[in-house]
Design a protein around this ligand. Structure first.
Ligand code: B12
Ligand code: SF4
Length: 490
């Protein structure tokens, strides 16, 4: 077990005896960390998050719990995930607590606000905080009630990384209000591994086993991204994990993977990194360590097409990596230049070829609807997909989430709970040349055309009715006879 940096405690409380702090906090507080399960569509416990993917457990809550576990007795620390627990169970449990923390994206925050109001109604003295990407990119949206009504449901919105902020909230008994911010932790290896029992990781892994045939969990290797893609919350100026990029050492990552693999019998690790290889040299560094230590449990993650060379691709395979998830995004040179990812047709072609030659499964993301998108640029994208033949493909439509460059004040009133990058009427985005309806038509056409290699998320979103299944546009140009179906898709 790694040691926590207690400087934060001294700084905030102004005393040096950590045991005194711990005893004092423990005797006073009951805490809960909550995360949304998304829309429940049937059986009461099926939601878009898990249907779209194998369930990604809330690593965030696991990290926050571990970072404060010396302060609170385990019996006084609760966790609930809206995927598994009903709203009624969550409200009842959280209402018993002194401090409540919600974790989530912009889409998850409307649920958090509703649940927070219900908790506050039952327990008016409860102190409620929100954290994660949603509050980080637009904290004022969660605090406006506080301005209008002195005891609005949310007392504080945590911006940026949560460990130090949550710790300071717990240590102070939740006195903070408004925007809460603590500087990021420079050395990621000093952060203790997330508490996976607390977040009940086993139940998520069990769903993956049922749906994918393998026990899967996530692991987090770096914080930040050096690129500036305009469509991505990690790329915009308001990014939660801004510069400098911080990386865990490969040995620290490996140590956690080993523990988790042994304890939970995990069969596949997926990296939650924005991009595993956000800087040149990272793949080599990571893989050398994995290879040296004989790591052979399969893993995969988001990877940039550049930097990626033949040596990287071969090393990935030798280090147990079996899947690379790469943003193909578009086949139009103009669109690629506009979105600011720093990729081009040559780097995309090369990456898809060398990773195939290395034996890696190549999942691809295609983004429809950036401002320069037209029928012609989509045709170029089709041609590129046909040429590089990814193993799986997903077609999303740009959704200008708060925190991205494309977000403007005009979108403030959008129904973000239902705005989705895969479809749905709440996303009203259009391009300079195509209406939103045109984009949906193109998406459906491409889905039909590439039906043999669709990613799991597309199939699930169709099941949920987020993506319509009927097509109104003419059929495209690619012969899909040679495309094989791969179903283990993100
Ligand atoms: C894995 C992942 C998913 C998983 C789900 C993860 C989960 N358990 O819910 C899947 C694949 C299902 C998914 C789906 C979606 N995702 Co996603 N996802 C990610 C990804 C790649 C990693 C998230 C992660 O696990 N990070 C590791 C944890 C530890 O970090 P963290 O959550 O940021 O937590 C830290 C802080 O934020 C903070 N914190 C978090 N919660 C709290 C709570 C409190 C109380 C406090 C104090 C602090 C705090 O402290 C933590 C530790 O420092 C991020 C990108 C990224 N690089 O982070 C995108 C990202 C979060 N996703 C995003 C989006 C848009 C979506 C979708 C809406 C896409 C869609 N389908 O339309 C859906 C919505 C899902 C939902 N129900 O809301 C955006 C969010 C943008 C925004 N404005 O909110 C991101 C940032 C991608 C991007 N770069 O644009 N996603
Ligand atoms: S899309 Fe990938 S490369 Fe671009 S900013 Fe987001 S995480 Fe970084």
């Amino acid at each position: 077990m790694k040691r926590l940096p207690f400087q934060t405690a001294r700084h905030i409380i102004g005393i040096t005896d950590v045991r005194t702090i711990r005893d004092c906090v423990k005797s006073k507080l009951r805490l809960t960390l909550l995360t949304d399960g998304g829309e429940k569509t049937h059986e009461g416990h099926v939601d878009s998050r898990s249907l779209a993917f194998s369930v990604w457990e809330s690593l965030a809550c696991g990290y926050l719990k571990r970072y404060t576990e010396d302060l609170i007795h385990p019996d006084d620390y609760f966790f609930a995930d809206g995927y598994f627990e009903t709203d009624e169970e969550i409200i009842a449990g959280a209402s018993e607590c002194d401090i409540v923390g919600f974790s989530g994206t912009t889409s998850q925050m409307p649920w958090s606000l509703r649940i927070a109001a219900a908790i506050r109604a039952r327990n008016p003295s409860c102190r409620i905080f929100v954290g994660g990407y949603g509050p980080s990119v637009s904290p004022e949206a969660f605090l406006k009630d506080e301005v209008a009504v002195p005891r609005g449901p949310i007392q504080g919105a945590v911006v940026g990384e949560g460990e130090r902020s949550w710790r300071s909230i717990v240590l102070s008994g939740g006195v903070q209000s408004g925007i809460v911010y603590e500087p990021p932790i420079p050395d990621l290896d000093s952060i203790p591994f997330p508490d996976r029992d607390f977040i009940k990781m086993e139940r998520c892994a069990a769903i993956a086993k049922r749906e994918e045939g393998r026990k899967v969990t996530s692991i987090w290797g770096n914080r930040g991204c050096l690129r500036r893609c305009k469509f991505c919350a990690d790329g915009s100026p308001k990014t939660i994990y801004g510069a400098p990029l911080r990386e865990r050492s490969p040995l620290d990552i490996l140590a956690e993977m080993r523990v988790v693999h042994r304890k939970y019998d995990i069969e596949f690790f997926k990296f939650a990194d924005a991009e595993v290889n956000t800087r040149p040299g990272r793949i080599k560094q990571l893989c050398e360590t994995f290879i040296q230590h004989g790591w052979d449990v399969p893993w995969g993650g988001n990877m940039l097409v550049n930097p990626m060379d033949e040596t990287d691709a071969k090393m990935l395979y030798a280090a147990g990596c079996r899947e690379v998830w790469m943003g193909l995004e578009s086949g139009s040179p103009e669109v690629l230049a506009h979105i600011g990812k720093g990729t081009n047709l040559a780097t995309i072609r090369k990456a898809f070829k060398i990773t195939k030659d290395a034996g890696l499964l190549r999942r691809s993301y295609v983004l429809l609807g950036t401002p320069l998108e037209s029928r012609e640029t989509i045709r170029q994208t089709e041609e590129l997909i046909e040429e590089v033949q990814p193993d799986t493909v997903s077609f999303s439509i740009l959704c200008p989430y708060p925190g991205t460059t494309y977000y403007t004040d005009e979108m403030r009133g959008w129904d973000w709970e239902h705005a989705d990058e895969y479809g749905g009427e709440a996303n009203k985005w259009r391009t300079n040349f195509l209406s939103h309806a045109d984009l949906v038509d193109e998406q459906i056409r491409l889905i039909e055309k590439f039906s043999g290699k669709l990613s799991r998320i597309i199939k699930k979103k169709q099941q949920l009715g987020v993506i319509p299944t009927s097509i109104s546009a003419p059929l495209g140009i690619i012969n899909t006879n040679e495309i094989s179906l791969t179903d283990r898709c993100n």
